[in-house]
Design a protein around this ligand. Structure first.
Ligand SMILES: NC(=O)C1=CN([C@@H]2O[C@H](COP(=O)(O)OP(=O)(O)OC[C@H]3O[C@@H](n4cnc5c(N)ncnc54)[C@H](O)[C@@H]3O)[C@@H](O)[C@H]2O)C=CC1
Ligand SMILES: C[N+](C)(C)CC(=O)CC(=O)[O-]
Length: 322
């Protein structure tokens, strides 16, 4: 078994180098790891290097590990070469169940025995993805949030055939890599945060589909409203304060009944052409001329400012992982 101590990992492999795989690569590079990436798309490498370059100013503000350098990013020509010396593998391929199943089995075959392989899946239970791997025991979910180089949370959970030791190892590894870990002891599609986000998202889509609110209204209702509180106090404690000095007990006595009135729609709306175009056009209008790169820079600075303002800037890494 070639599973190093989580704090001693020096070489990480990222498979799939899109929004999330590229974001993971930037995070691990900034934390001083040697990062090898494999992605089958012909344009993957220039896309990845652009993403890392765009992320680096934010990462520099947060503090780089000694020796951290984008030059320590290597792009491998094959999956097998990418995994041959990996001490940890993060899979971030498209969210398609069959693809994940096949890919995780290939990663398992190509990675040294015992090394943990984590999937970035947004919601598939590992039990459904680990069905064809020869060693399903080392396969875990490590669900990040975009961008993984700034949002601390990663949700960690195993499947029915995952070795609990691999789950515990992954949690310790992510902590050593500067993440904030929520370890789940059972599987739940969508884990914790995406179940919450999806409920809100379904409702947003219904409101746009029905012409009840615009994309701008929906975004402003969060950024000018509950989003300000959620950055530092979750929905439960926030609502406990809605009960005044009576706290959550008074909140439930007062507003419990209204939960039964049909405020929200739990069925997803049909994603027809009209809704699709309404969301795409609404977002273009809300962007108000800002390019994708502008929005990424604005978001990155915003996250750093919120972390700083709420006293949660991560400790800068003190030593190189390599
Ligand atoms: N976009 C997001 O906000 C988040 C996405 N995730 C999860 O991360 C994973 C990746 O999503 P994104 O980065 O958004 O997708 P993406 O579409 O930006 O990137 C996917 C990458 O995978 C590559 N790819 C295609 N086939 C592949 C294969 N067979 N093996 C390896 N790589 C392959 C593509 O070339 C592409 O570069 C998904 O499981 C998704 O659910 C998790 C958290 C947030
Ligand atoms: C859109 N998404 C469901 C893929 C988002 C996530 O999984 C987490 C995030 O970054 O919000």
């Amino acid at each position: 078994m070639a599973r190093p101590d989580p704090a001693d990992v020096a070489r990480v492999t990222c498979v799939g180098a899109g929004v999330i795989g590229g974001g993971w690569a930037a995070h691990f590079l900034a934390r001083g790891y040697d990062v090898t990436v494999w992605d089958p798309a012909p344009d993957a490498e220039p896309r990845l290097r652009r993403l890392v370059e765009a992320a680096w100013p934010a990462l520099t503000q947060l503090g780089l590990a000694p020796g951290a350098d984008p030059a320590r990013l290597k792009v491998a020509p094959t999956l097998e070469e990418a995994c041959a010396e990996a001490e940890f593998v993060q899979e971030s391929a498209p969210e398609k169940l069959e693809l994940k199943r096949d890919l995780l089995a290939r990663l398992d075959a190509a990675t040294p025995p015992g090394v943990v392989v984590a999937s970035s899946t947004s919601g598939y239970p590992m039990t459904d993805m680990q069905t064809t791997a020869a060693d399903p025991g080392r396969l875990v979910v490590g669900h990040p949030f975009n961008p993984p180089y700034l949002i601390p949370l990663v949700e960690v959970v195993g499947g029915e055939r995952t070795d609990p030791e691999a789950v515990a190892w992954a949690a310790r590894f992510y902590e050593a890599a500067g993440k904030s870990v929520l370890t789940m002891d059972r599987e739940l599609p969508g884990f914790v945060a995406n179940r919450l986000q999806e409920a809100l998202w379904r409702e947003a889509l219904h409101m746009v589909a029905n012409g009840e609110a615009t994309v701008r209204d929906i975004d402003a209702s969060i950024t000018e409203g509950p989003g300000l509180r959620w950055a530092f106090m979750g929905p439960c404690l926030t609502f406990a304060l809605a009960g005044g000095e009576g706290g959550m007990a008074h909140m439930l006595d007062h507003f419990g009944e209204s939960l039964k009135s049909p405020w929200t729609r739990l069925e997803a709306p049909e994603l027809d052409r009209k809704l699709y175009d309404g969301m795409v056009d609404g977002c273009a209008e809300a962007a108000a001329g800002r390019s994708h790169a502008d929005l990424v820079a604005e978001r990155d600075q915003g996250v750093i400012d919120v972390l700083r303002a709420t006293g949660r800037l991560p400790e800068p890494p003190r030593r190189s992982a390599g």
